[in-house]
Design a protein around this ligand. Structure first.
Ligand code: SF4
Length: 270
């Protein structure tokens, strides 16, 4: 993996082609935090900070069976909630945050999760990223791009954004080079691509559908990109389990047929 990747000369064209390929893998990408509604999504998203989604998905049924509504959770004791959310890490702070969040929803919003970014980030425990996620997934409102650790890493590896930038800078850059209509699905595709294929320590570059577009690729790709994309789709659908994914050809793909998007000047100044 190159230590530092230069910004692509035409990141908008690159992102468009990356999204086109990832859309073959993930035509309808889904949030991997299980939830029944906006209320549950908000609470599990707060709990998911610094925790694996699989752990939060195990906590969720217990939490909401005991306290199904904001009013129920607002009245729960700190100690009882701590016991239930303990495995999520930082459990004292998280238990306090979700109880206070529930109370604020009851007091300010009649028990309903608000549908504006300003109202969401004013809730205890809800960050800018949380607000983007809840608005996009629960209400279909595109308020920005969700930049988590995966989106940050994938974007820098691809040369879509300058390396080493903080999430707000990455989000601004990605929003500038993409259509608002695409923000919700694009967020999820980049998250899932980073989580299941372009992993932090061992990216599966040989089987990556955007290999030919990526300056960080460590190996040549095998097979055609559509076959790689379809394989990634199987893995994403199985939430990272590659056991059911088809094997690909061992020979490198014909790089000559997979040119990256044409560069153009003047679009690298965000
Ligand atoms: S080629 Fe490798 S580094 Fe580049 S996006 Fe794919 S998995 Fe990540």
């Amino acid at each position: 993996m190159p230590a530092k990747v230069s910004l692509h000369p035409n990141p908008a064209a690159l992102l468009s082609e990356v999204d086109e390929r990832l859309a073959v893998a993930m035509p309808d990408p889904q949030c991997e935090l299980d939830h029944d509604d906006a209320w549950q999504l908000l609470i599990v998203t707060i709990l998911s900070a610094q925790a694996r989604d699989a752990v939060i998905n195990e906590i969720r049924p217990v939490l909401f069976e005991r306290w199904p509504t904001p009013a129920d959770l607002a009245e729960a004791s700190q100690e009882d909630v701590e016991v239930v959310v303990k495995r999520s890490g930082y459990y004292r702070n998280k238990a306090k945050a979700i109880r206070q969040c529930a109370a604020a929803i009851v007091e300010r919003h009649d028990g309903e999760v608000p549908q504006t970014h300003d109202e969401l980030v004013a809730l205890p425990g809800a960050s800018h990223k949380t607000a983007n996620l809840v608005l996009g997934v629960a209400f279909g409102i595109a308020s920005g791009i969700v930049v988590d650790t995966h989106v940050n890493r994938v974007s820098a590896r691809l040369g879509l954004v300058p390396a080493g930038k903080k999430p707000p800078v990455v989000e601004k850059a990605l929003c500038k080079i993409s259509s608002e209509d695409d923000w919700i699905n694009l967020s999820h595709r980049l998250i899932l691509h980073g989580r299941h294929l372009c992993k932090s320590k061992a990216p599966d570059c040989r089987r990556c559908p955007v290999n030919e577009l990526c300056p960080s690729a460590t190996e040549a790709a095998v097979d055609e990109w559509k076959a790689r994309a379809e394989r990634e789709g199987v893995i994403v659908d199985a939430r990272g389990d590659a056991s059911g994914a088809p094997e690909l050809a061992s020979a490198p793909a014909d790089a000559a047929s997979e040119e990256p998007p044409a560069a153009s000047a003047g679009e690298d100044d965000f």
